[in-house]
Design a protein around this ligand. Structure first.
Ligand code: ADP
Ligand code: ZN
Length: 806
């Protein structure tokens, strides 16, 4: 007897796989999809391994195969298993992103009236109405009934009516959501035509026209195209078909997301001497056949030609008969990058992301699986496409937070997963950034990554210095009576840029706005007396809370520093900035680009086009405008509130502030005119702000790594976040306290030294969709292993290596 371990598509399966016996007549392989019995139901499963002995006493039999061949390579299955154990995520959730789009199907429950049963008299009014309703509808989904009658009520009534035999319950698989798209094509049959004319039969003129059209085209033509050319063809087509002159066949057509991008072929640049040195080192590693090369960390200022190096590396890998994946932080924000890839690789690229229509996703996935794409570009989830013979993974802007999945399990980081996948496929990884993640840079310092640097910026003017940055101390503005959002110098520069008919961008760090208390007189931010970090304002409790030690305080009436009564909650939104600009420059054409206005598909492209056409003078935005914009007309970049993010209760606040300031500075002066950058701050002496003003990554890193080592934060430790949510605030508090106790006990039992717990404290977002949220942070090492031994009840969320705050 043969046995198989199967990952089952059920939330109840969690991190386990299940053992089933393989019926002798069933021929299956690893990675194949099968139907398995699971409790009373029949579910989808993926075969992950075989064995001769069962891992469970009583095994049930696999019911049958869903697909005729394997869907997932063994390397990807291994990756999924690793993700499940490292991120403590359900196994099937880790496999799901690797499956073909639309693959997942669930069993749906239907209810029908059982007409034979006598209607009992003792039914309540609702039940009678439900029976009448069912009579009318004949057959309804349980979901529909729940929608009509409410979940609880529906469950109660269905239970009772089933018991009395008044209704029947049946199960059926949900419909296939996505199918290949096909069209009908007309194929001219030359033999049939010859035979027909030989017999002297004449065709009517309409038929002649069609035959002539097909003959001229010299290839099969879509029926729709024939109809467009020749009107009212259906009778003629039918006749031709009957006489065997033509044949009609179904042809699969591709739904092509690349149609949205222009595909002008482009030439590779001759590398600059600096690029050449970087390239030689990477190229040598790509040619080497000794095991998996160390990942590369390519550090280069914005516009230093990193993308050019990625293109070279991908071309080299493709020349070896292998393929590549290029991850970008956010696909909608990188149309210019995609264009450059299309220019180099033409039709042999694929874009893969969740904004594609389901049909497009389906087609791209299958095109990739067939080996038709040299390079796949996409956000973090593109890591899981079935790219055969994978040779290179590029991670552009590797420091970006979008590489971490936070909203659902598995809460993975693409950088970590990419490196694991590369090990499994013996592929190379290149991570690029102007401002590498401190943890990445640390690993490069430790020789775990190979650091390669590009120091020169390339523009149309050739090798160009980075734009000048001016720091403005906003406390001086306050002292001289300027309470506005803009400093005098930023105002002056905005007016000048507009006068020169150039463009400006204004960046606003919205995360952390209105979340801390600051003195309007002296600029002091209210801090924890014990930890000296800024206190965070929680609306729900109307209190300031320390996210290190849980210290709480009321909003102080007077400033603890200067004693004046000018404490207020700080923060300005993009809207406020827009109003100010309008007041200052009524003639300016302004665009706002942030999460609030970009929900609709295609909005990014619209704004982008407007900017490129110079229909916009001033762009105001949040994080989104920091990425990838390459606009030669932008000569001024203003950072409105550089340090507002510094006050977030997050140990990465300084890093984030530095990265954003550098990214924004990188937007100015990319064209023929030099650029200028103005950074407004209340804390000009902070090392992150100082380093950003000098474009000086090394000095930022020195300050940051010192801070991290003193406080024992990553890379000197590992973090894990546990968040509990519940509709009742008291339950929430009680459960998190219970968990903390459990964690303390486990720490004792396992003898875990150097593990600390922070919390419980309310999460940064203390209420979400009606639920209260509390958190506990773990700081230590090998946390997946430690947490593995703890049973998490429902309502808990686990995030290993979290980024940002909960
Ligand atoms: P990064 O990815 O580091 O931001 P890019 O690869 O986008 O840098 O390069 C910045 C600009 O310089 C782009 O417009 C690019 O086309 C151009 N460029 C890059 N390398 C060269 C080169 N060797 N010769 C000429 N132009 C180049
Ligand atoms: Zn504190």
């Amino acid at each position: 007897m043969k046995y198989a371990e199967v990952a089952v598509n059920s939330p109840a399966a969690q991190r386990r796989s299940f053992c089933y016996s393989v019926p002798p007549q069933l021929n299956i392989e690893i990675g194949q999809a099968v139907w398995v019995p699971f409790g009373p139901r029949r579910l989808q499963g993926i075969i992950i391994s075989f064995s001769d002995t069962p891992s469970f006493e009583e095994t049930r039999e696999i019911e049958g195969a869903i697909t005729s061949s394997s869907l997932i390579s063994s390397a990807h299955l291994e990756l999924a298993r690793w993700m499940s154990s490292y991120y403590l995520a359900p196994l099937f959730d880790c496999i799901a992103p690797m499956l073909p789009p639309g693959f997942e199907r669930h069993v749906e429950c239907f209810i029908e009236p059982a007409c034979t049963a006598p209607v009992a008299a003792d039914m309540d009014a609702d039940e009678k109405r439900l029976l009448d309703w069912l009579e009318l509808h004949k057959r309804a989904r349980v979901r529909e009934i729940e929608k009509e009658w409410g979940k609880k009520n529906a469950a109660r009534m269905l239970r009772e009516l089933l018991q009395r035999g008044l209704i029947k319950k049946t199960e059926q698989l949900s419909a296939v959501r996505i199918k290949p798209k096909t069209e009908q094509v007309l194929v001219l049959q030359p033999d049939a035509l010859r035979g027909m004319t030989g017999r002297g039969m004449s065709t009517t003129s309409k038929q002649d026209q069609i035959v002539e059209f097909l003959r001229a085209a010299a290839r099969p033509v879509a029926a729709a195209d024939v109809r467009k050319q020749i009107k009212n063809t259906s009778a003629a087509v039918r006749a031709l078909l009957q006489n065997g002159v033509i044949d009609i066949v179904e042809r699969e057509i591709r739904r092509n997301p690349l149609e949205r991008y222009s595909m002008e072929p482009g030439q590779a640049h001759v590398l600059t001497p600096g690029q050449e040195i970087a390239w030689r080192e990477i190229h040598a590693a790509l040619l080497s056949s000794e095991g998996t090369p160390l990942p590369f960390l390519l550090q280069g200022v914005t516009g230093s030609g990193k993308t050019e190096i990625y293109l070279e590396a991908l071309s080299a890998v493709v020349a070896q008969g292998r393929t590549g994946i290029c991850l970008v932080p956010e696909i909608a924000l990188t149309p210019q990058t995609i264009q450059r890839f299309a220019a180099r690789f033409g039709e042999r690229i694929a874009v893969f992301h969740s904004d594609l229509s389901p049909g497009e996703q389906y087609d791209e996935w299958h095109r990739i699986a067939r080996g038709e794409c040299d390079v796949v570009i996409g956000p973090r989830s593109a890591l899981f496409v079935p790219q055969p013979r994978l040779g290179l993974i590029v991670i552009d802007e590797e420091h970006e937070w979008t590489y971490k999945q936070t909203e659902k399990a598995p809460r993975y980081h693409a950088r970590k997963v990419a490196i694991r996948l590369a090990e499994l496929c013996r592929a190379t990884v290149i991570m690029g950034s102007a401002t590498p993640d401190v943890e990445s840079y640390y690993l490069a310092q430790q020789q775990s990554y190979r650091l390669i640097t590009l120091k020169e910026r390339i523009t149309v003017r050739g090798i160009t210095p980075l734009p000048q940055i001016q720091l403005v101390d906003m406390r001086d503005e306050l002292k001289s009576g300027n309470r506005g959002i803009f400093s005098r110098i930023l105002r002056q520069n905005l007016i000048e840029v507009l006068g020169r008919r150039q463009q400006a961008i204004l960046f606003l760090n919205r995360r952390g706005s209105a979340s801390f208390a600051r003195c309007l007189s002296c600029g002091y931010t209210v801090k924890c007396p014990r930890c000296l970090v800024p206190l965070h304002y929680h609306t729900a409790e109307n209190k300031l809370i320390c996210h290190h030690c849980s210290y709480r305080s009321m909003l102080p009436a007077a400033c603890p520093d200067c004693g004046r009564t000018r404490i207020s909650l700080y923060g300005a939104g993009t809207q406020k900035v827009e109003e100010e600009v309008r007041r200052l420059l009524p003639a300016a054409r302004i665009a706002r680009w942030d999460r609030d206005i970009t929900v609709r598909r295609g909005v990014h492209q619209e704004i982008m086009n407007k900017l490129v056409r110079h229909d916009v003078d001033i762009l105001i935005g949040t994080q989104m405008i920091a990425k990838g914009l390459d606009l030669p007309q932008v000569t001024l970049a203003g950072v409105v509130n550089a340090d507002s993010g510094l006050n977030l209760p997050d140990f990465r606040a300084a890093e984030r502030t530095f990265q954003l300031a550098c990214q924004i500075a990188g937007r100015a002066g990319r064209g023929f005119a030099p650029g200028r950058v103005i950074i407004q701050t209340y804390t000009p002496q902070h090392y992150a702000i100082q380093a950003a003003a000098r474009h000086d990554y090394e000095s930022f890193y020195a300050g940051e790594i010192d801070y991290r080592s003193r406080l024992g934060y990553p890379p000197f430790s590992q973090l894990a976040g546990l968040v509990f949510s519940h509709g009742n605030a008291e339950v929430c508090g009680r459960e998190t306290r219970r968990m903390l106790q459990l964690l303390e006990e486990q720490k004792q039992v396992q003898g875990y030294a150097g593990l600390r717990f922070i919390g419980p404290i309310p999460a940064m977002v203390p209420r979400l969709r009606g639920s209260y949220r509390w958190q506990i942070m773990l700081c230590g090492t090998a946390l997946s292993l430690f947490l593995n031994s703890i049973k998490m009840p429902r309502g808990w969320l686990i995030d290993i290596d979290p980024v940002g705050v909960f």
